[in-house]
Design a binder for this molecule. Structure first.
Ligand code: NAP
Ligand code: HSE
Length: 439
């Protein structure tokens, strides 16, 4: 196999430009490693005049990315535009139908349409590879496809969004506020075009739905991911968590339950000293529990030009070497329909933070209300007097409860009850505590 793998790249932003740079810097090595060159034939983006810091001399520019799907001189289209619909979806579908391999970093697309796209790829006997779509530079898709094939996977616990982990880490270590740190993450090229996808937990949910499919052999089931973001987490929560011996992380968890697969993305308190608590900044981590391998944790940079482009290259190299496998390990026709377990059945301890009216007897009232709601309390901390740390001079004081294990439904009812309570200002914040051995 000595003929070049001829590729077209759609999207020359953070990821696309990063891929062009690696192809230029490591072309000879890649040709030797693959037994044939990977040749960049054409590119497409919106603005031809933009300085991208890359040399596109000798590379054809297409104003319309769909031209890449139609071109006779292209074997593989790399879709690095983004979005679950519109041009990205049209391009990927057209390319697969035209018998071209596709590599994408687009988790939104794969999470929403992965199973249908896998069918198209398999019908055309071409690859649909998406290593860069999950956990940036961590080769978790390849690990699931190849290295862990001998295992029945029991659970996955991940930190899957670099932007959120960067924000939470910066809030903790520098005390900067949420909006300010988010701006940084955007400038560093970590955030999605719409950053509410990051901070709202949607991006992590996209990645989790893909991982769950790979882990459990089920169709990609984004619609049934329980999603909560980090928007309501404050510096106060991070400080309280630290006092209790926890870090606050946005976790993405998929686990086999009795009735099906639970997929959930939400902020969580993770005990300090555990692998996921130590993951900081833009780093991601995926902790896998397999029946043969046991516990395994992979960690690496989850976003940004270098790590993401590195993952795209891994896909290109596989295809250049002739490795074409079903996108979700087993053929799409053999993927199982996922069952839909109710999140209500899930149990954990909870961190509950509220603002209590500062008057004699209010704490007794609130703890009584929790007892009436069947929530049992393990610890209580009431922070500060008016004007001191934690007090805001409003006559409302932050109070934090750590509960004993209880179920979601009970906790949701307790929170709703407290939100109506005359001694409580606003709606209390509830964060799950994840203290099992894997975290
Ligand atoms: P980006 O920097 O915003 O780049 C998007 C590129 O797509 C730009 O070059 C843009 O052209 C081009 N584009 C947009 N609409 C287009 C259209 N209609 N026709 C042709 N080109 C169009 O985004 P990115 O960060 O590289 O992300 C690309 C993909 O990778 C997304 O799916 C994202 O979720 C995924 N991803 C990103 C990261 C990361 O860390 N950034 C990590 C993993 C996965 P112009 O430059 O001319 O505007
Ligand atoms: N916006 C994503 C993140 C990019 O911050 O993790 C990597 O997928």
């Amino acid at each position: 196999m000595t003929e070049a793998l001829r590729i077209g790249i759609a999207g020359l932003g953070t990821v696309g430009a990063g891929v062009v740079k690696i192809l230029a810097a490591r072309g000879d090595y890649l040709a030797a490693a693959c037994g044939r060159p990977i040749e960049l034939v054409a590119v497409s983006a919106r603005d031809k005049t933009k300085d991208r810091g890359i040399d596109l001399g000798g590379v054809r520019w297409e104003d319309d990315p769909m031209a890449l799907a139609r071109a006779d001189d292209i074997d593989l289209v790399a879709e690095l535009i983004g979005g679950s619909e519109g041009i990205a979806r049209e391009l990927v579908e057209a390319s697969l139908k035209a018998g071209k391999h596709v590599v994408t970093a687009n988790k939104a697309l794969v999470a929403h349409h992965g199973t249908a796209l896998a069918r198209l790829a398999e019908e055309a006997n071409v690859a649909l590879n998406y290593e860069a779509a999950v956990a940036g530079g961590i080769p978790i898709v390849k690990a699931m496809r190849e290295a862990l094939a001998g295992n029945e996977i029991r659970s996955i616990h991940g930190i899957l969004n670099g932007t959120c982990n960067y924000i939470l880490t910066e809030m903790e270590t520098t005390g900067r506020d949420f909006a300010d740190v988010l701006k940084d993450a955007q400038e560093l090229g970590y955030a999605e075009a719409d950053p509410t996808f990051d901070v709202g937990g949607i991006d992590a949910a996209h990645k989790l739905a893909i991982l769950a499919s790979l882990a459990f052999g089920t169709e990609v089931d984004f619609a049934n991911v329980h999603i909560e973001g980090i928007e309501k987490i404050s510096a106060t929560d991070i400080a309280f968590a630290r006092e209790f011996g926890f870090k606050v992380k946005l976790l993405a968890i998929a686990e086999k339950g009795d009735d099906g697969i639970v997929q959930r993305v939400h902020p969580a308190l993770v005990p300090e000293g555990t692998p996921l608590a130590a993951v900081s900044g833009v780093y991601n981590a995926v902790a896998v529990d397999g029946d043969r391998v046991g516990h395994l944790v992979l960690e690496g940079r989850g976003a940004g030009e270098g790590p993401t482009a590195s993952a795209v290259l891994s896909d290109l190299v596989d295809i250049a070497r002739g490795l074409v496998v079903p996108p979700f390990i087993v053929p799409a026709a053999k993927l199982k329909a996922p069952a839909k377990p109710l999140m209500d059945a899930h149990k954990s301890s909870f961190y509950l933070r509220l603002r209590a009216v500062d008057r004699a007897g209010s704490m007794a009232e609130i703890t009584r209300a929790l007892a009436q709601a069947s929530v049992s309390i393990e610890r209580i901390v009431q922070r500060g007097e008016k004007g001191r740390a934690g007090g805001d001079g409003s006559g409302r004081l932050p109070v934090v409860f750590i509960t004993h294990e209880t179920d979601e439904g009970t906790m949701a009812r307790a929170r709703a009850h407290l939100a109506e309570h005359e001694d409580v200002a606003g709606t209390p914040l509830v964060i799950r505590i994840e203290d099992g051995e894997l975290r």
